[in-house]
Design a protein around this ligand. Structure first.
Ligand SMILES: *[C@@H]1O[C@H](CO)[C@@H](O)[C@H](O)[C@H]1NC(C)=O
Ligand SMILES: *[C@@H]1O[C@H](CO)[C@@H](O)[C@H](O)[C@H]1NC(C)=O
Ligand SMILES: *[C@@H]1O[C@H](CO)[C@@H](O)[C@H](O)[C@H]1NC(C)=O
Ligand SMILES: *[C@@H]1O[C@H](CO)[C@@H](O)[C@H](O)[C@H]1NC(C)=O
Ligand SMILES: *[C@@H]1O[C@H](CO)[C@@H](O)[C@H](O)[C@H]1NC(C)=O
Length: 455
């Protein structure tokens, strides 16, 4: 063992001198090597964060709001898995600045947010609670912030069409208001399941079960073949489907099912869901990567991934990895492919002058000429994933090591829950509304067109 580790290091050193080898070394069985790689990737990611135009506002990204929550979620995992607290100050500053009325629905942006945007911040706070991320005095607890998101989202459950479901967008003037999509429903499903396990409160598990069961009545969760459609519409009573396949849609339902499995002491229903959805997500390991390298198959082969989509693999990889700590028997199902994916991912990190910036398409195992915060986030997510077995610690819960204090009423007294006046919304707000909205409406329209053409 010692010899075989030592030889490639020597060879690697020689090749690096000639500029012919990936600048980030990774020994998949050596946690210190993975931590070092993660540190390099995270450091480059934070350079983008600190250089952004809106850097005066903690946690606010240029042209998007939700990515702040998802990046902090990945950095909170990173801290837990590596012990490196270098980025904690920025993470805490952003997580608290954007908390709104303890519900991650801050009035600056709430007029144009979707349920999916908000829920990612809730999932970040939940992650912080489960991993005992440091809290600051005078601030609400992490778990209460997650509860605040739950408390603002659950009342939006919409029975006026499809007998239930979360709409994608929150306000009637938003394009996407008449859509019900997988990430909004799967996101609240996952948040509810995690709150159930952390707090033990069955209100949350009842909601998780309600969302899962409702999803299964629509194309958002087809139990026949375990396919997850991206979206469906109120107009058709949720019978049509935009079928684009995204890793994070699968990841969010798989993760929620994992928490429910554990919370219910191993119920078959959730085991079936996990097995089924992990099985159908094998599509995300296409033959272009030898069947073992994670790929965003809908956009990567055609070079059309937008900034949101570039990050999805981070969530899929890290959520599935944490599943292995609470659902026995899933390690062999998911970890080997995450490991080959991590090895491929860092091989793309040879970009720009420092030779460590990552690309989008891991299966090419070379830098693809693109760079950005999102590329770094995706690779950091899969490096977190392969660190999970070394830490080998399940998420803490309130009665098993968790220090974050529950407040079931958090976020319920917020004026931001009232429908805003349309004429108060400035053009600037609408333009900022996101890349997410515009792209997804377009994507959804195209997907539905396909579906209709396909008959
Ligand atoms: C809201 O906008 C103001 C003005 O740009 C800014 O100072 C403040 O930090 C923003 N708040 C949040 C939560 O982003
Ligand atoms: C799971 O098992 C524990 C310990 O036996 C029990 O207290 C708890 O009520 C069970 N949970 C469920 C959801 O059945
Ligand atoms: C839930 O997760 C804990 C922590 O890993 C584990 O000890 C327990 O066995 C799990 N429960 C079930 C039903 O698998
Ligand atoms: C459980 O959660 C619900 C919903 O937030 C809340 O109304 C209830 O008081 C909670 N129960 C306990 C025991 O905390
Ligand atoms: C709700 O907010 C209003 C306005 O800030 C405040 O006067 C009231 O005391 C709050 N109620 C609760 C229950 O926190």
């Amino acid at each position: 063992m010692i010899f075989s580790n030592w030889l490639p290091t020597l060879l690697g050193g020689a090749l690096v001198a000639q500029g012919a080898l990936a600048a980030i070394d990774l020994s998949i069985n050596d946690p210190n090597s993975i931590k070092q790689a993660a540190k390099t990737v995270a450091t480059d990611m934070m350079t983008y964060y600190n250089d952004r135009d809106s850097k005066a506002i903690p946690g606010k990204f240029d042209g998007t709001w939700w990515e702040g929550g998802s990046m902090f979620m990945i950095l909170i995992q990173y801290w837990f898995l590596t012990g490196d607290s270098e980025f904690n100050e920025e993470v805490q500053a952003g997580m608290y600045w954007q908390k709104g009325d303890d519900n991650y629905f801050p009035s600056n942006y709430s007029q144009y947010l979707g349920n999916d945007d908000q829920v990612f911040w809730g999932l970040a706070a939940m992650t912080a609670a489960e991993l005992n991320y440091p809290e600051q005095d005078g601030q609400p607890s992490w778990v209460s912030l997650a509860q605040g998101v739950f408390n603002t989202q659950a009342p939006r459950w919409d029975t006026s069409s499809c007998h239930g479901g979360m709409r994608w967008q929150i306000w009637p003037y938003q394009p996407g208001y008449t859509t019900k999509n997988a990430i909004s429903n799967g996101g609240l499903f996952q948040l509810s399941a995690r709150l159930a396990l952390y707090t033990g409160n069955t209100t949350y598990s009842e909601w998780a079960e309600r969302i899962w069961d409702w999803s299964a009545t629509t194309p958002l969760l087809k139990q026949k073949n375990w396919n997850i459609a991206d979206s469906t519409t109120c107009e058709t009573q949720c019978t049509d489907h935009g079928d684009w396949q995204w890793t994070y849609n699968y990841g969010t339902y798989i993760s929620g099912a994992a928490y429910m499995y554990n919370f219910t002491n191993g119920t078959q229903k959730w085991k079936d869901g996990i097995t089924g959805l992990v099985g159908s997500s094998s599509q995300f390991y296409p033959t272009s990567g030898g069947g073992n390298i994670l790929s965003e198959i809908t956009c990567e082969p055609i070079n059309k991934c937008d900034r949101n989509q570039i990050t999805f693999k981070a969530y899929f990889a890290s959520w599935l990895a944490f599943m292995t700590t609470i659902v026995p028997g899933t390690y062999d199902l998911v970890m080997p492919k995450l490991q080959t994916s991590a090895q491929a991912a860092v091989k793309t990190c040879t970009g720009l002058s420092d030779g460590t910036h990552c690309g989008i398409k891991w299966y090419t195992q070379t830098w693809d000429g693109t760079d950005g915060l999102e590329q770094q986030m995706a690779v950091l997510g899969v490096l977190n994933a392969v660190l999970v077995p070394f830490k080998n610690q399940a998420p803490f819960t309130a009665d098993n090591g968790g220090i974050s204090k529950s407040n079931p009423n958090a976020g319920t007294n917020s004026s931001d829950n009232a429908v805003p006046q349309l004429n108060n919304i400035t053009t600037g707000d609408r333009a900022g509304a996101g890349v997410l909205t515009v792209i997804f409406v377009t994507a959804w329209a195209i997907a539905v067109t396909w579906m209709i053409r396909g008959g």
